[in-house]
Design a protein around this ligand. Structure first.
Ligand SMILES: NC(=O)c1ccc[n+]([C@@H]2O[C@H](COP(=O)([O-])OP(=O)(O)OC[C@H]3O[C@@H](n4cnc5c(N)ncnc54)[C@H](OP(=O)(O)O)[C@@H]3O)[C@@H](O)[C@H]2O)c1
Length: 338
Protein backbone atom coordinates (compact mmCIF):
# COMPACT_ATOMS: atom_id res chain seq x y z
CA UNK A 1 0.00 0.00 0.00
CA UNK A 2 1.44 3.40 -1.03
CA UNK A 3 0.92 6.31 1.34
CA UNK A 4 0.21 9.89 0.33
CA UNK A 5 1.64 12.84 2.22
CA UNK A 6 -1.84 13.56 3.58
CA UNK A 7 -3.21 12.62 6.98
CA UNK A 8 -6.86 12.10 7.81
CA UNK A 9 -8.70 12.34 11.07
CA UNK A 10 -11.36 9.73 11.81
CA UNK A 11 -13.68 8.95 14.70
CA UNK A 12 -13.52 5.41 16.03
CA UNK A 13 -15.82 3.63 18.43
CA UNK A 14 -13.67 3.34 21.57
CA UNK A 15 -16.08 1.32 23.73
CA UNK A 16 -19.59 -0.09 23.50
CA UNK A 17 -21.74 1.73 26.06
CA UNK A 18 -24.26 0.04 28.28
CA UNK A 19 -27.01 2.59 27.71
CA UNK A 20 -26.80 6.08 26.20
CA UNK A 21 -23.25 6.77 24.92
CA UNK A 22 -20.80 9.22 26.53
CA UNK A 23 -18.07 11.20 24.76
CA UNK A 24 -15.52 8.73 26.17
CA UNK A 25 -17.04 6.02 23.91
CA UNK A 26 -15.59 7.86 20.87
CA UNK A 27 -11.94 8.35 19.92
CA UNK A 28 -10.54 10.90 17.43
CA UNK A 29 -7.46 9.55 15.62
CA UNK A 30 -5.20 10.90 12.88
CA UNK A 31 -3.74 8.49 10.34
CA UNK A 32 -1.78 8.62 7.06
CA UNK A 33 -3.89 8.36 3.91
CA UNK A 34 -3.07 5.61 1.40
CA UNK A 35 -3.18 5.96 -2.39
CA UNK A 36 -6.19 4.26 -3.99
CA UNK A 37 -5.41 0.78 -5.35
CA UNK A 38 -6.86 -0.57 -8.63
CA UNK A 39 -10.65 -0.15 -8.65
CA UNK A 40 -10.53 2.35 -5.78
CA UNK A 41 -10.88 6.09 -5.36
CA UNK A 42 -9.64 8.52 -2.73
CA UNK A 43 -12.43 10.85 -1.57
CA UNK A 44 -12.00 14.06 0.40
CA UNK A 45 -15.21 14.19 2.40
CA UNK A 46 -17.03 17.52 2.44
CA UNK A 47 -20.08 16.69 4.59
CA UNK A 48 -21.28 13.68 6.55
CA UNK A 49 -24.69 12.84 7.90
CA UNK A 50 -25.60 12.44 11.55
CA UNK A 51 -28.39 9.92 12.01
CA UNK A 52 -29.98 8.68 15.26
CA UNK A 53 -29.68 5.18 13.76
CA UNK A 54 -25.93 5.45 14.48
CA UNK A 55 -26.76 5.13 18.18
CA UNK A 56 -28.20 1.69 17.42
CA UNK A 57 -24.98 0.75 15.61
CA UNK A 58 -22.95 2.02 18.57
CA UNK A 59 -25.09 0.08 21.05
CA UNK A 60 -25.45 -2.99 18.77
CA UNK A 61 -29.22 -3.11 19.34
CA UNK A 62 -30.63 -6.47 18.27
CA UNK A 63 -32.64 -6.65 15.04
CA UNK A 64 -31.42 -3.45 13.34
CA UNK A 65 -31.01 -3.36 9.55
CA UNK A 66 -27.42 -1.98 9.70
CA UNK A 67 -24.31 -3.74 11.04
CA UNK A 68 -23.11 -2.63 14.50
CA UNK A 69 -19.98 -0.48 14.63
CA UNK A 70 -16.84 -2.40 15.59
CA UNK A 71 -14.83 -1.26 18.64
CA UNK A 72 -11.51 0.16 17.45
CA UNK A 73 -12.73 0.80 13.89
CA UNK A 74 -13.77 4.09 12.33
CA UNK A 75 -17.52 4.58 12.43
CA UNK A 76 -19.39 4.96 9.13
CA UNK A 77 -22.40 6.64 7.59
CA UNK A 78 -23.50 8.67 4.59
CA UNK A 79 -21.01 11.23 3.32
CA UNK A 80 -20.55 13.35 0.23
CA UNK A 81 -17.12 14.29 -1.03
CA UNK A 82 -14.82 15.06 -3.92
CA UNK A 83 -12.67 12.42 -5.63
CA UNK A 84 -9.07 13.63 -5.29
CA UNK A 85 -7.34 10.55 -6.75
CA UNK A 86 -8.79 7.74 -8.83
CA UNK A 87 -7.57 4.33 -9.93
CA UNK A 88 -10.82 3.51 -11.70
CA UNK A 89 -11.80 4.82 -15.14
CA UNK A 90 -15.49 5.00 -14.18
CA UNK A 91 -15.02 7.60 -11.43
CA UNK A 92 -12.87 10.56 -12.52
CA UNK A 93 -10.91 12.90 -10.28
CA UNK A 94 -13.01 15.93 -9.40
CA UNK A 95 -16.31 13.99 -9.32
CA UNK A 96 -18.69 14.65 -6.44
CA UNK A 97 -19.67 11.31 -4.93
CA UNK A 98 -22.06 9.98 -2.31
CA UNK A 99 -20.91 6.98 -0.29
CA UNK A 100 -21.05 5.30 3.13
CA UNK A 101 -17.58 6.10 4.55
CA UNK A 102 -18.37 9.08 6.76
CA UNK A 103 -16.75 9.82 10.14
CA UNK A 104 -13.37 10.42 8.43
CA UNK A 105 -11.90 13.28 6.43
CA UNK A 106 -10.48 11.15 3.62
CA UNK A 107 -11.89 7.79 2.52
CA UNK A 108 -10.40 5.14 0.25
CA UNK A 109 -13.50 3.57 -1.27
CA UNK A 110 -14.24 0.90 -3.87
CA UNK A 111 -15.28 2.74 -7.02
CA UNK A 112 -18.44 0.62 -7.25
CA UNK A 113 -19.42 1.68 -3.72
CA UNK A 114 -19.63 5.38 -4.58
CA UNK A 115 -22.34 7.11 -6.61
CA UNK A 116 -21.44 10.09 -8.78
CA UNK A 117 -23.89 12.95 -8.17
CA UNK A 118 -24.57 16.27 -9.88
CA UNK A 119 -22.76 19.12 -8.08
CA UNK A 120 -25.21 21.66 -9.53
CA UNK A 121 -28.45 19.93 -8.53
CA UNK A 122 -28.71 21.62 -5.12
CA UNK A 123 -27.29 24.81 -3.59
CA UNK A 124 -25.05 22.68 -1.29
CA UNK A 125 -23.80 19.10 -1.71
CA UNK A 126 -25.00 18.47 1.85
CA UNK A 127 -28.53 18.25 0.44
CA UNK A 128 -27.65 14.75 -0.81
CA UNK A 129 -27.56 13.65 2.84
CA UNK A 130 -31.21 14.56 3.50
CA UNK A 131 -33.83 11.97 4.43
CA UNK A 132 -36.45 12.98 1.88
CA UNK A 133 -36.39 9.59 0.20
CA UNK A 134 -37.20 7.97 3.56
CA UNK A 135 -40.20 10.25 3.95
CA UNK A 136 -41.33 9.69 0.35
CA UNK A 137 -41.03 5.89 0.52
CA UNK A 138 -42.76 5.79 3.89
CA UNK A 139 -45.71 7.84 2.69
CA UNK A 140 -46.13 6.32 -0.77
CA UNK A 141 -45.14 2.68 -0.33
CA UNK A 142 -45.39 1.83 3.37
CA UNK A 143 -48.49 3.92 4.10
CA UNK A 144 -50.08 4.16 0.64
CA UNK A 145 -51.16 7.78 1.26
CA UNK A 146 -54.30 8.79 -0.60
CA UNK A 147 -55.55 12.25 -1.49
CA UNK A 148 -57.49 14.08 1.19
CA UNK A 149 -56.30 11.92 4.09
CA UNK A 150 -55.18 13.16 7.52
CA UNK A 151 -51.51 12.49 8.24
CA UNK A 152 -49.80 12.62 11.64
CA UNK A 153 -45.98 12.90 11.76
CA UNK A 154 -43.95 12.53 14.98
CA UNK A 155 -40.58 14.26 15.45
CA UNK A 156 -42.05 16.70 12.95
CA UNK A 157 -39.19 19.21 13.33
CA UNK A 158 -36.55 16.53 12.72
CA UNK A 159 -34.75 15.52 9.55
CA UNK A 160 -37.27 12.99 8.30
CA UNK A 161 -40.39 14.37 9.95
CA UNK A 162 -39.98 17.90 8.62
CA UNK A 163 -39.91 16.49 5.08
CA UNK A 164 -42.59 13.83 5.67
CA UNK A 165 -45.15 16.47 6.65
CA UNK A 166 -44.36 18.73 3.73
CA UNK A 167 -44.23 15.88 1.22
CA UNK A 168 -47.53 14.51 2.53
CA UNK A 169 -49.11 17.87 1.76
CA UNK A 170 -47.52 17.97 -1.71
CA UNK A 171 -48.84 14.46 -2.40
CA UNK A 172 -52.38 15.62 -1.63
CA UNK A 173 -52.97 14.98 2.08
CA UNK A 174 -56.03 16.83 3.34
CA UNK A 175 -54.69 17.66 6.81
CA UNK A 176 -51.13 17.36 8.15
CA UNK A 177 -50.42 17.44 11.88
CA UNK A 178 -47.28 16.84 13.88
CA UNK A 179 -45.64 16.59 17.28
CA UNK A 180 -42.36 18.01 18.53
CA UNK A 181 -40.56 18.47 21.83
CA UNK A 182 -40.79 22.23 22.53
CA UNK A 183 -43.05 25.21 21.95
CA UNK A 184 -40.41 26.70 19.65
CA UNK A 185 -40.33 23.57 17.47
CA UNK A 186 -44.13 23.40 17.42
CA UNK A 187 -44.17 26.97 16.08
CA UNK A 188 -41.50 26.11 13.49
CA UNK A 189 -43.52 23.14 12.25
CA UNK A 190 -46.69 25.20 11.77
CA UNK A 191 -45.26 28.58 10.74
CA UNK A 192 -42.28 27.52 8.60
CA UNK A 193 -43.17 24.03 7.41
CA UNK A 194 -46.88 24.59 6.86
CA UNK A 195 -48.32 21.85 9.07
CA UNK A 196 -52.00 22.54 9.86
CA UNK A 197 -51.45 21.99 13.59
CA UNK A 198 -48.89 20.56 16.00
CA UNK A 199 -48.46 19.87 19.71
CA UNK A 200 -45.69 19.32 22.25
CA UNK A 201 -45.60 15.59 23.00
CA UNK A 202 -44.63 16.31 26.62
CA UNK A 203 -48.24 17.49 27.16
CA UNK A 204 -50.26 14.47 28.20
CA UNK A 205 -52.60 12.78 27.65
CA UNK A 206 -51.41 12.27 24.09
CA UNK A 207 -54.71 10.87 22.85
CA UNK A 208 -56.39 14.17 23.82
CA UNK A 209 -53.67 16.16 22.04
CA UNK A 210 -54.10 14.03 18.94
CA UNK A 211 -57.90 14.32 18.96
CA UNK A 212 -57.58 18.09 19.24
CA UNK A 213 -55.25 18.46 16.24
CA UNK A 214 -56.98 15.73 14.21
CA UNK A 215 -60.68 15.93 15.13
CA UNK A 216 -61.65 13.65 12.22
CA UNK A 217 -59.07 11.01 13.25
CA UNK A 218 -55.80 9.94 11.61
CA UNK A 219 -55.59 7.99 8.36
CA UNK A 220 -51.79 7.78 8.08
CA UNK A 221 -49.25 7.95 10.90
CA UNK A 222 -45.60 8.44 9.93
CA UNK A 223 -43.93 7.13 13.09
CA UNK A 224 -40.39 8.29 13.86
CA UNK A 225 -40.61 7.56 17.54
CA UNK A 226 -42.45 4.43 18.75
CA UNK A 227 -43.48 4.17 22.40
CA UNK A 228 -46.17 6.38 23.89
CA UNK A 229 -46.90 8.30 20.68
CA UNK A 230 -47.42 5.08 18.74
CA UNK A 231 -49.77 3.75 21.41
CA UNK A 232 -51.77 6.99 21.37
CA UNK A 233 -51.90 7.07 17.56
CA UNK A 234 -53.32 3.53 17.42
CA UNK A 235 -56.21 4.76 19.56
CA UNK A 236 -56.90 7.75 17.33
CA UNK A 237 -56.43 6.03 13.94
CA UNK A 238 -59.45 5.76 11.63
CA UNK A 239 -60.73 2.44 10.30
CA UNK A 240 -58.38 1.21 7.57
CA UNK A 241 -55.57 3.52 8.74
CA UNK A 242 -51.94 2.78 7.95
CA UNK A 243 -48.91 3.35 10.16
CA UNK A 244 -45.49 3.59 8.49
CA UNK A 245 -42.97 2.53 11.15
CA UNK A 246 -39.87 4.54 10.27
CA UNK A 247 -37.88 5.15 13.45
CA UNK A 248 -37.37 4.44 17.11
CA UNK A 249 -36.37 7.77 18.64
CA UNK A 250 -37.89 6.92 22.03
CA UNK A 251 -35.65 3.90 22.26
CA UNK A 252 -32.62 5.69 20.80
CA UNK A 253 -33.04 8.50 23.34
CA UNK A 254 -33.31 6.09 26.26
CA UNK A 255 -30.04 4.33 25.42
CA UNK A 256 -31.70 1.25 23.97
CA UNK A 257 -34.37 0.43 26.55
CA UNK A 258 -37.27 -1.24 24.67
CA UNK A 259 -40.19 1.19 24.65
CA UNK A 260 -43.12 -1.15 25.25
CA UNK A 261 -44.18 -1.28 21.59
CA UNK A 262 -47.61 -0.47 20.25
CA UNK A 263 -49.45 -1.81 23.33
CA UNK A 264 -53.00 -3.18 23.08
CA UNK A 265 -53.46 -4.59 19.57
CA UNK A 266 -57.21 -5.08 19.81
CA UNK A 267 -57.91 -1.70 18.11
CA UNK A 268 -55.55 -2.77 15.32
CA UNK A 269 -57.89 -5.68 14.61
CA UNK A 270 -61.08 -3.75 15.22
CA UNK A 271 -60.07 -0.88 12.94
CA UNK A 272 -58.26 -3.10 10.39
CA UNK A 273 -55.07 -1.05 10.78
CA UNK A 274 -51.84 -1.79 8.97
CA UNK A 275 -48.53 -1.29 10.81
CA UNK A 276 -45.68 -1.61 8.33
CA UNK A 277 -42.00 -1.29 9.13
CA UNK A 278 -39.83 -0.16 6.25
CA UNK A 279 -36.26 0.88 5.53
CA UNK A 280 -35.07 3.23 2.85
CA UNK A 281 -32.62 0.58 1.67
CA UNK A 282 -35.54 -1.38 0.20
CA UNK A 283 -36.73 1.60 -1.82
CA UNK A 284 -33.61 2.98 -3.48
CA UNK A 285 -35.34 2.38 -6.84
CA UNK A 286 -37.47 5.43 -6.01
CA UNK A 287 -34.39 7.69 -5.83
CA UNK A 288 -34.48 9.03 -9.43
CA UNK A 289 -38.23 9.71 -9.33
CA UNK A 290 -37.96 11.33 -5.90
CA UNK A 291 -34.86 13.34 -6.83
CA UNK A 292 -36.72 14.89 -9.80
CA UNK A 293 -39.70 15.82 -7.64
CA UNK A 294 -37.50 17.17 -4.83
CA UNK A 295 -35.54 19.45 -7.15
CA UNK A 296 -38.81 20.78 -8.58
CA UNK A 297 -40.32 21.37 -5.11
CA UNK A 298 -37.18 23.16 -3.92
CA UNK A 299 -36.96 25.25 -7.09
CA UNK A 300 -40.56 26.44 -6.94
CA UNK A 301 -40.39 27.08 -3.20
CA UNK A 302 -43.07 24.53 -2.24
CA UNK A 303 -40.71 22.64 0.09
CA UNK A 304 -38.44 24.02 2.81
CA UNK A 305 -35.20 22.15 3.56
CA UNK A 306 -34.11 22.85 7.16
CA UNK A 307 -30.50 21.97 7.88
CA UNK A 308 -28.05 22.52 10.73
CA UNK A 309 -24.36 22.44 9.81
CA UNK A 310 -21.94 21.46 12.59
CA UNK A 311 -18.35 22.49 11.94
CA UNK A 312 -15.53 19.95 12.20
CA UNK A 313 -15.18 16.21 12.71
CA UNK A 314 -13.96 16.78 16.28
CA UNK A 315 -17.42 18.10 17.16
CA UNK A 316 -19.34 15.23 15.55
CA UNK A 317 -19.62 12.87 18.59
CA UNK A 318 -21.07 15.61 20.81
CA UNK A 319 -23.41 16.65 18.00
CA UNK A 320 -24.67 13.09 17.58
CA UNK A 321 -25.54 12.93 21.29
CA UNK A 322 -27.11 16.40 21.18
CA UNK A 323 -29.10 15.49 18.07
CA UNK A 324 -31.13 12.87 19.86
CA UNK A 325 -31.51 15.11 22.92
CA UNK A 326 -33.40 17.59 20.72
CA UNK A 327 -30.83 20.39 20.39
CA UNK A 328 -31.25 20.84 16.64
CA UNK A 329 -33.96 21.40 14.05
CA UNK A 330 -34.05 19.67 10.66
CA UNK A 331 -31.26 17.60 9.16
CA UNK A 332 -27.89 17.73 10.93
CA UNK A 333 -24.72 17.41 8.87
CA UNK A 334 -21.06 17.85 9.79
CA UNK A 335 -18.78 19.92 7.56
CA UNK A 336 -15.47 18.12 7.37
CA UNK A 337 -13.09 20.31 5.45
CA UNK A 338 -10.29 21.85 7.53
N1 LIG B 1 -36.51 3.41 8.20
C1 LIG B 1 -35.48 4.05 7.65
O1 LIG B 1 -35.01 3.72 6.56
C2 LIG B 1 -34.88 5.22 8.36
C3 LIG B 1 -34.01 6.10 7.69
C4 LIG B 1 -33.54 7.22 8.37
C5 LIG B 1 -33.87 7.41 9.69
N2 LIG B 1 -34.65 6.48 10.33
C6 LIG B 1 -35.05 6.65 11.72
O2 LIG B 1 -36.09 7.59 11.75
C7 LIG B 1 -36.04 8.34 12.94
C8 LIG B 1 -35.93 9.81 12.59
O3 LIG B 1 -34.64 10.05 12.03
P1 LIG B 1 -34.14 11.53 11.79
O4 LIG B 1 -32.77 11.49 11.29
O5 LIG B 1 -35.19 12.25 11.04
O6 LIG B 1 -34.08 12.05 13.27
P2 LIG B 1 -34.64 13.38 13.91
O7 LIG B 1 -36.13 13.34 13.92
O8 LIG B 1 -33.98 14.55 13.28
O9 LIG B 1 -34.09 13.14 15.38
C9 LIG B 1 -33.74 14.11 16.28
C10 LIG B 1 -34.96 14.53 17.05
O10 LIG B 1 -35.52 13.41 17.76
C11 LIG B 1 -36.45 13.92 18.66
N3 LIG B 1 -36.61 13.02 19.80
C12 LIG B 1 -35.65 12.53 20.58
N4 LIG B 1 -36.18 11.71 21.53
C13 LIG B 1 -37.50 11.69 21.33
C14 LIG B 1 -38.60 11.04 21.96
N5 LIG B 1 -38.42 10.23 23.01
N6 LIG B 1 -39.83 11.26 21.49
C15 LIG B 1 -40.02 12.06 20.43
N7 LIG B 1 -39.02 12.70 19.76
C16 LIG B 1 -37.78 12.51 20.21
C17 LIG B 1 -35.87 15.29 19.09
O11 LIG B 1 -36.81 16.24 18.72
P3 LIG B 1 -37.74 16.96 19.80
O12 LIG B 1 -36.98 18.16 20.24
O13 LIG B 1 -38.97 17.26 18.99
O14 LIG B 1 -37.98 15.98 20.91
C18 LIG B 1 -34.65 15.46 18.17
O15 LIG B 1 -34.48 16.78 17.70
C19 LIG B 1 -34.84 7.80 13.72
O16 LIG B 1 -35.30 6.82 14.61
C20 LIG B 1 -33.97 7.20 12.63
O17 LIG B 1 -33.12 6.20 13.14
C21 LIG B 1 -35.17 5.42 9.68
Amino acid sequence: MTMTTRTSRAVQLAARPDGFPALSDFRLVEQPVSEPGPGQVLVRNLYMSLDPGMLMQIGAYPGIPMPPFVIGDAMSGDAVGEVVASADPGVPEGALVLHRLGWREYAVAAADAVRIVDPDAYPSPSAYLGFGLVAYAGLTVAAGLREGETVFVSSAAGATGSLAGQIARLLGAGRVVGSAGSAQKVRHVVDKLGFDAAFDYHDEPLTDRLRTVAPAGIDVYFDNVGGAQLRAAVEVMNVGGRIALCGALARQRSGGVPDGGPGDLLPVIGKRLTLRGFTMLDHLNLAPEFGRRLRQWLADGSLVHTETVVDGLENAPQALLDLVRGRYTGKVVVQLTR
